[in-house]
Design a protein around this ligand. Structure first.
Ligand code: APR
Length: 249
């Protein structure tokens, strides 16, 4: 493995060309510099709640008011944050490549607001709500959708829940993601601790199919030794530099 503490030490040739098939996985670290807190910063507590309380179907059944208010706060926060240089750099990379897939574990909308197009939100999206009964999914981000009161489906009157993949639920679009991972030339994981499966396994799927693997993170993640190359630092600082290098090499 090549380990860079910063990008200035890099001497090897770029592994990404215009024809490379590239899959990028992002986690909370890419949105950190936009002001959205990562999950595992403080003893498994997420904004002072235990994850099981606010991020499981059991938590929703036990106390829907608490869970609803928690996600309504996260949804309102989207109005006050902006994409950072890391999100923007990935949009520039996508425009340069012929075969690119961005998979994010993040539920914020900062990648799409930065202009990313071929994007999968494997853990769902804060901006959307889903009917518990008929499963209708809609983007609902007007003022009247961001209050504390529950909302109900315009189609069948069922209660709406966050369109979020909670623990013990199936991540979205997995067959599509696995296909791209098994066909890619380069896999890059950015700002993710590598604790949560199945995303933590994407590195191994790509690697087992022969992809070159790059990790970018503030701290070396648990799976750091499986990357061909690891670059330590802040995504918003490193990515603009790296993407320029990949595009122009
Ligand atoms: N740049 C790059 N990496 C950063 C930055 C930054 N500015 N700030 C923090 N990090 C790194 C941290 O060092 C940490 O390793 O980002 C990682 C974030 O890890 P987590 O908080 O565990 O977030 P993530 O890996 O996205 O979590 C995965 O867990 O709770 C669930 O569903 C939730 O999607 C989430 C999943």
């Amino acid at each position: 493995m090549v380990f860079h503490l910063n990008t200035k030490n890099q001497t090897d040739d770029s592994m990404i060309t215009k024809q490379s098939r590239v899959v990028i996985l992002t986690g909370a670290g890419i949105s950190a510099e936009s002001g959205i807190r990562t999950f595992r910063d403080s003893d498994g507590l997420w904004e002072n709640h235990r994850i099981e309380e606010v991020a499981t179907p059991e938590g929703w059944r036990a106390n829907p008011e608490l869970v609803w208010n928690f996600y309504q706060q996260r949804r309102r926060q989207l109005l006050n944050v902006e994409p950072n240089q890391g999100h923007l750099a990935l949009e520039e990379l996508e425009n340069h490549l012929e075969n690119f897939l961005l998979v994010t574990q993040n539920v914020d909308d900062l990648h799409e607001r930065a202009g990313s197009k071929n994007l999968i939100h494997m853990h769902g999206e804060l901006a959307k709500l889903r009917c518990e009964d008929c499963q209708l999914v809609e983007t609902l981000m007007e003022d009247q959708h961001l209050l504390d009161a529950f909302l109900y489906c315009r189609q069948c009157d069922g209660r709406l829940r966050p369109h979020i993949v909670w623990f013990n639920e199936m991540p979205m679009q997995m067959p599509e993601i696995e296909k791209a991972l098994s066909e890619c030339d380069v896999f890059v994981a950015i700002g993710t601790s590598g604790h949560v499966y199945p995303a933590a396994n994407f590195l191994h799927i790509a690697r087992n199919h022969g992809a070159y693997t790059i990790g970018i993170n503030l701290e070396p993640p648990e799976n750091v030794h499986f990357f061909d190359e690891f670059i330590q630092g802040k995504a918003a600082e490193i990515l603009p530099y790296l993407v320029q290098k990949w595009i122009h090499d």
